[in-house]
Design a protein around this ligand. Structure first.
Ligand code: G16
Length: 543
């Protein structure tokens, strides 16, 4: 017996999606009507009757129960079919792929990405469009507006769907297809990369460490790297997804993936190391004794992508988020292809990819991807690196050295100041914005400021405008400081300070990034009065 119930509800404040969907503390999401209001608002905006959606998440705490609620609400709102990853699990790029592969009307992804998971940690939900990419601001804003006036939601009274069983299920009038979360994604990867060459490289003794940080990519990494490519058993560590990520902070950066960093800088380091995040869209790559910054990774991938079969015809263009270093721009210029600078947030790449203007996109926040899906894709980036290593037969360190010798080096680092009181962070940004007009011409740390602004972006495809996307201070010697507040945190404010300095070479290409950036770092503190506003003198995380 199934019955549709209409439940009276009232708006709950604060359901405004951030950089990538709605992310809150898990107890907030588990609060009365919280998930239901947001899902109903989403269905009200995107439409649900007769539609087909993909549903999956990164397996964090509450993922399983939230999936059952979303399924019952989809059925009550008249959806025709939902394709769900087994156990309600799908990595974000795999979900994007399934949306595209099946030509669905979009999908719902349950994830708070790299944020920790667990009863007291973070949860999140976002809607992806029929192109497989995160909903643009116009849609997320409409969903938010809807949450402010919502009065009821619909839910089907029914038993849980057995999401452990692959195959077709029925939920009221709605079909639920439970699918293997890995198979289609692995096939897609096999179509882009030279798997025989990678198999030969592993057979020749190439050693790798893949740290899935107890998050969603474990099964994907084991299937692709160990089973299909023949990497030694045990290459993949932390490969079982856990609801609390084993207490880890599944953010693949040198701070949170410290065990991987330690191994890669040890005497027994393998040839290549990689890590991915909670929902599998981020990646970090490390060579033996050398860390690859995400901005450099994007540039190297863009310069060498043609070595992989999926990109043999070359790239149409390269896009990066504004705070990402300009290293990729130099590659685009050398290749004579388009280059684009967008606000932070993968959703801004969607139009460029759909319009065929960009093939590869990347961000300083450990995200790289291409037009194969409409999300960034951690394992994709790792496989492209492996493909490049297999063809060039050089170490990561040699590939980076060659790259810098050819293009010069954009020294780069991001300093994060976490859990600042929101009012203090807002006051600092307001003061900074107020000071912009007077900055050009000033000399700080021996560097002359040539321009300062608050980044605004006009989408070249649909002409939509996004204002106030980060304060930029540019210097005469090519150095740059960017300040913005994170849009993905759930506690107070996180101030991100992005630091960049260009060295043309041939000398001075192998300094430690923090050393090379020292004057820029000092200037960043002086210009924004970080200590005076926030009481912080040192960052919590340095990437
Ligand atoms: C999300 C977005 C990325 C963004 C990152 C950091 O990634 O998709 O585009 O760069 O957040 O954003 P912020 O600086 O606002 O915290 P993810 O991996 O969290 O989905």
């Amino acid at each position: 017996m199934t019955q549709i119930t209409t439940v009276p509800t009232a708006p709950i404040t604060g359901q405004k999606p951030g950089t990538s969907g709605l992310r809150k503390k898990t107890p907030v999401f588990m609060g009365r009507h919280y998930l239901e209001n947001f899902i109903q608002a989403t269905f009200d905006v995107v439409g649900c009757a007769g539609k087909t959606f993909v549903l999956g998440g990164d397996g964090r705490y509450f993922n399983d129960r939230a999936a059952q609620v979303i399924l019952r609400m989809a059925a009550a709102n008249g959806a025709a079919r939902v394709i769900v990853g087994q156990g309600a699990i799908l990595s974000t790029p795999a979900a994007s792929h399934l949306i595209r592969l099946n030509g669905t009307d979009g999908g719902i992804i349950m994830s708070a990405s790299h944020n920790p998971g667990g009863p007291e940690e973070d949860f999140g939900v976002k809607f992806n469009m029929p192109n497989g990419g995160p909903a643009p601001e116009s849609v997320t804003e409409a969903i938010y507006q809807r949450t402010t006036v919502i009065t009821e939601y619909k839910v089907l009274e029914a038993q849980d769907v057995d999401l452990a069983r692959i195959g077709r299920h029925q939920l009221g009038a709605m079909v639920v297809d439970v699918v293997d979360p890995v198979a289609d994604y692995a096939t897609l990867m096999e179509s882009l990369f030279d798997f025989p060459a990678l198999r030969a490289m592993f057979a020749d003794g190439f050693r790798m460490r893949m740290d899935s940080m107890c998050a969603v990519t474990g099964p994907y990494a084991v299937e692709i790297l160990e089973k299909r490519l023949g990497a030694a058993k045990g290459t993949c560590v932390n490969a079982t997804p856990l609801p609390d990520f084993g207490g880890m902070h599944p953010d693949p950066n040198p701070t949170w993936a410290k065990a991987l960093m330690d191994e890669m800088f040890s005497d027994t380091a393998p040839d290549f190391g990689a890590a991915s995040d909670g929902d599998g869209d981020r990646n970090m790559v490390v060579g033996r004794g050398i860390y690859v910054s995400p901005s450099d990774s994007l540039a190297v991938l863009a310069a060498n992508a043609h070595l992989a079969p999926g990109y043999a015809k070359g790239l149409k263009g390269v896009a990066r988020s504004m705070p990402t270093s300009a290293a990729a721009d130099r590659v685009a210029d050398a290749l004579g292809i388009g280059k684009y600078e967008t606000p932070t947030g993968w959703k801004f790449f969607g139009n460029l990819l759909d319009a065929g203007r960009a093939t590869i996109c990347g961000e300083e926040s450990f995200g790289t991807g291409s037009d194969h899906v409409r999300e960034k894709d951690g394992l994709w980036a790792i496989l492209l690196w492996l493909n490049i290593l297999a063809v060039r037969k050089q170490s990561v360190a040699d590939i980076l050295a060659d790259h810098w010798a050819k293009f010069g080096r954009n020294y780069y680092s991001r300093h994060d100041f976490e859990a600042i009181e929101s009012a203090k962070a807002d006051a600092m940004m307001a003061a900074l914005r107020g000071s912009l007009a007077g900055l050009p011409g000033q000399v700080v740390e021996g560097m002359t400021i040539t321009a300062a602004d608050d980044f605004a972006y006009t989408d070249p495809v649909d002409a939509s405008v996004s204002m106030k996307q980060g304060v930029r201070v540019m210097f005469g010697d090519g150095s740059r400081i960017v300040y913005r507040l994170s849009g993905t945190g759930t506690e107070g404010a996180t101030l991100r300070v992005y630091l960049e300095r260009y060295a043309a070479g041939p000398d001075g290409l192998d300094l430690d990034a923090q050393e090379a950036l020292a004057p820029v770092i000092r200037a960043a503190h002086v210009l924004a009065g970080i200590a005076a506003h926030t009481g912080r003198t040192a960052p919590d995380v340095v990437t």
